[in-house]
Structures are given as C-alpha cells and as structure tokens.
Design a protein around this ligand. Structure first.
Ligand SMILES: CC(=O)N[C@H]1[C@@H](OP(=O)(O)OP(=O)(O)OC[C@H]2O[C@@H](n3ccc(=O)[nH]c3=O)[C@H](O)[C@@H]2O)O[C@H](CO)[C@@H](O)[C@@H]1O
Ligand SMILES: C=C(OP(=O)(O)O)C(=O)O
Length: 419
C-alpha cells in the first residue's frame, strides 16, 4: 500500500490551484443519467472517487470520454442496465446517487446498500422515504435497494434531518416527476446548489437551491448541457489550514471564498490574516503560531464536518486549548489516536475532543483511516519534527488531486513512497 513521507518544519509559501469539488462532480455525473442527450462537464478533478463513478456509469452502458482539456463528455443514451453492484458501491458511498436518477428516468433501479463506513453508520432511510413519497415502489432484498416506478409524482417531503446526498437524490428524481415537489429541511451545501444549477442548465425547473425549502416543478425531459464544476471548498480549506499551522502564506487560486465563511472566520480567530478576491483566497500567518479555536460541526452554512479533522490537527500545535465537537457523524475522531502518536495532547469525551496545543509534535509512522483523517495526518506531518510516514493514503486519493505535488510546490518536503 502506498505511503506518504513528510519531513516536517517548512512553512508553506506560494500559490496552489484548487480542483473541482468531489462532492459536486459526483452528483453531477449521476444527474447525466436523467438527460436524453450528451452532457459535457468541465473542471472534473482527477480523483479516485471520480474514476470509480466513471466505472460505475460505464458498467451501466453510459459512454464517458475525457478530452485533453479535462472536459468529461457523458452520453447516457446507451444506458443498458440500472444496477449499481456491491463491489463498486462499497468502495464509494456516493454511488447511492444513481438511485434517484435511474428510477426517475428508466423506472427501475437496483443499488447495493452502501452500509456503514469508518466515520459512522450513515443510513439511507431518508433517500428511500423521499423516493417512496414520489411514488417509487421500493424494497430492500439481498443487500440491494430495488426501486420501481411508472412515472414519479411530485410530493411534499419533510426531511427528518439535513442530508446532502439525500436531498440530491430526491431533487434529481423530482426533476422528471409529474407535478411539483417541495423538499423541506433541504441541505443548503454549495454542492447541492451546484447540482441544482447543472440540472437547471439541462432544463430542470428548480427554485430555492441554497435555502432549506426547495421547489422542483417536474418537466417531461432533460436535455444536454455544458457545465463547469464548482471549486472544492474542502480542498481549499485544507491548504489554508496547512498554511496556518506552518506559519506560512498561501494563495489558493480558483477558490470561492463565499463557500467558506465559517472556515475563514475560524482561521481569522486562529490569528490568520485573510484576503479574498473573486476567485482566490490568501492566508498569511506571518510566521506566528496559531491560537486554538473551538469548533462545532453542523450542516451548511455552519462549520463543515469535512474540515473537522484538519482543525483538530491545527489545535494540536496551537497556543491554548481548543474544543472540537462533531455533531454530524458519530465516529469521526479516528485521527485523534494517530495524532497522539505524534505527541498531540487530545482527550476524547463522547462527541468532543479537547485539544491542548503542544509546542512541538514529533514525526512517527501513522495510519490514515478515512479521507479527511488522512488529510489531517499529512498536515500534522508538515509541522512535526522529523519524518512522518502516513500509511493507507489510498483514502486521500479519493478526494485530493495530487496532494503531494501541490504541497511540494508550496515548499513542503513530501513524497509518495511506492508500494
Ligand atoms: C458525496 C458527498 O456529498 N459526501 C458528503 C455528504 O455525505 P452524505 O450525504 O452521505 O451525508 P449526509 O448529509 O447524508 O449525513 C448527515 C447525517 O444524516 C444521517 N443520515 C443521512 C441520510 C439518511 O438517510 N439517514 C441518516 O440518518 C447521516 O448518518 C449523518 O449523521 O455530506 C456529508 C455531511 O456534510 C459530508 O461529510 C460528505 O462529504
Ligand atoms: C465523507 C466524505 O466523503 P463521502 O461522503 O464520499 O464518504 C468526505 O468527502 O469527507
């Protein structure tokens, strides 16, 4: 298994280009199933999850071609099967996103239950309940969600909790339903809005994206479109935290500050000077040690759970004590134990980590357990004295494009060790 070796102690300096958002491109690829013409998607990040999604759609008969400008041309007209098999779904939960489009467009779907994962149990009851409200006949048999419908009908759906992919699945299905669907307690994440904008470009009628009430007027068909994926706010935040932890100065290009309000205000509280433009964000730490910050994760626009691990790492080397509360997933502190191996002072109390900053961590072999945990361990390696080797970095390749190259350009001493 590939590992990443980091020799800590160099402040990050320079410019880094931000890739397209993983959590936007995956639902957008799923949405292509709804169209009866080819869709072209720009700013597609080169990520393992994207490769898996391409493989999944390819198995269904969809034709996908990536051109030399990293534009993905998706032709759904050749779709021949509506099955998402276990061997692909288990490696990437986002595969559940094909459920709504398949049942809406083809009247049937068989999607493996994604099951739990390292960060929590992550049930999909809200997806199923929402699609049932739209008239789909759904059963769970032999580990598969089997859905059937003639034509879906609009419905008033009150979500029990805010769910990102749940909102996306129901929104996509509702675009081709007969009549109007209202989703209450909808997720407001920028990636949900990006998906809505892509669907609108394909001819969907959607109001209220980015608010907690979405209204979708069903249409007869969705057509082809060209769409550019939103920059990744979590990748952006990860590089900015790296600059803050190392006392450096980094400008993230192709980044959207307006998707990162909660994160940027916490970085300012940690002592960073932040400036922003239309498509860039610059963080200057001026060689200072960060101050510890308290954070509590919650759905957008509050502080994102996908940045929790990175801020836990920041608190490990900050001045003072930071209290980190995770309210979205029940098991998202597996990085704590690995950070302790680097000398971090972390006390876990239920869904809270009390982090007392230490003046210096020291390098050690550590193990990544999930995507953002692996990013946080790499960040910790940037400030730990000596060498840190992060094992199981396949997790990081799910969601970060060339992370070691991008950090290398910023001055980090980092390299991938072969298997
Ligand atoms: C591909 C993608 O976009 N992934 C993101 C998405 O995951 P994902 O969409 O899977 O996360 P959700 O927003 O659905 O999960 C939020 C909470 O709701 C619970 N829940 C969800 C659905 C359901 O039917 N029943 C239920 O109980 C989950 O277990 C969790 O506790 O949003 C998460 C929360 O911002 C992010 O961490 C993930 O990066
Ligand atoms: C949890 C994440 O992704 P996924 O929902 O794809 O597991 C993430 O991006 O941090």
């Amino acid at each position: 298994m590939a590992k990443i070796l980091i020799s800590g102690g160099v402040p990050l300096h320079g410019e880094v280009g931000i890739s397209g958002a993983k959590n936007a491109v995956l639902p957008i690829l799923a949405a292509c199933l709804l169209a009866d013409e080819p869709v072209s998607i720009g700013n597609v990040p080169h990520l393992h999850d994207v490769t898996t999604f391409i493989e999944l759609l390819g198995q269904m008969g969809v034709q996908l071609v990536l051109d030399d400008r990293m534009k993905m041309h998706v032709d759904p007209r050749t779709t021949s099967t509506c099955v998402a098999p276990y061997d692909l779904v288990r490696t990437m939960r986002a595969s559940i996103l094909v459920l709504g489009p398949l049942v809406a467009r083809f009247g049937q779907a068989e999607v493996s239950l994604p099951g739990g994962c390292a960060i929590g149990s992550r049930p999909v009851d809200q997806h199923i309940r929402g699609l049932q409200a739209l008239g789909a006949d759904i059963s769970v048999e032999n580990g598969y969600i089997k859905a059937k419908a003639r034509r879906l009908r609009g419905a008033h759906i009150q979500m029990d909790m805010v769910t990102v992919t749940g909102t996306e699945n129901i929104m996509m299905a509702a675009t081709l339903a007969q009549g109007t669907t209202v989703i209450e307690n909808a997720a407001q994440e920028p990636e949900v809005v990006d998906l809505a904008h892509c669907l609108i470009a394909m001819g969907a009628q959607i109001e209220g994206a980015g608010t907690s009430t979405m209204i979708i007027h069903g249409v007869e068909r969705l057509h082809g479109a060209e769409y550019e994926v939103l920059p990744d706010r979590i990748e952006t935040g990860t590089f900015l935290v790296g600059a803050a932890m190392t006392g450096g100065k980094v400008r993230a290009r192709h980044a959207r500050a307006n998707t990162l309000d909660a994160v940027l205000s916490k970085l300012e509280e940690a002592g960073a000077h932040i400036s922003t433009g239309d498509d860039w964000i610059e963080l200057d730490m001026g060689g200072r040690r960060p101050k510890a910050v308290n954070i509590s994760t919650a759905p957008y626009p509050a502080f994102p759970t996908d940045m929790q691990a990175q801020f836990t790492a920041l608190n490990c080397v900050a001045e003072g004590t930071g209290v980190v509360t995770e309210t979205v997933f029940e098991n998202r502190f597996m990085h704590a134990q690995e950070l302790q191996r680097l000398g971090a002072d972390i006390r876990l109390e239920g869904n809270t980590a009390v982090v007392q900053g230490v003046a210096q961590m020291s390098g050690a072999p550590i193990m990544a357990t999930d995507l953002r945990a692996s990013a946080c361990l790499v960040l910790a390696g940037l400030v730990a004295k000596g060498d840190t080797v992060v094992d199981r970095v396949y997790h990081i390749d799910r969601g970060y494009e060339n992370i070691e190259e991008k950090l290398g350009v910023l001055g980090a001493r980092i390299r991938r060790l072969p298997n």
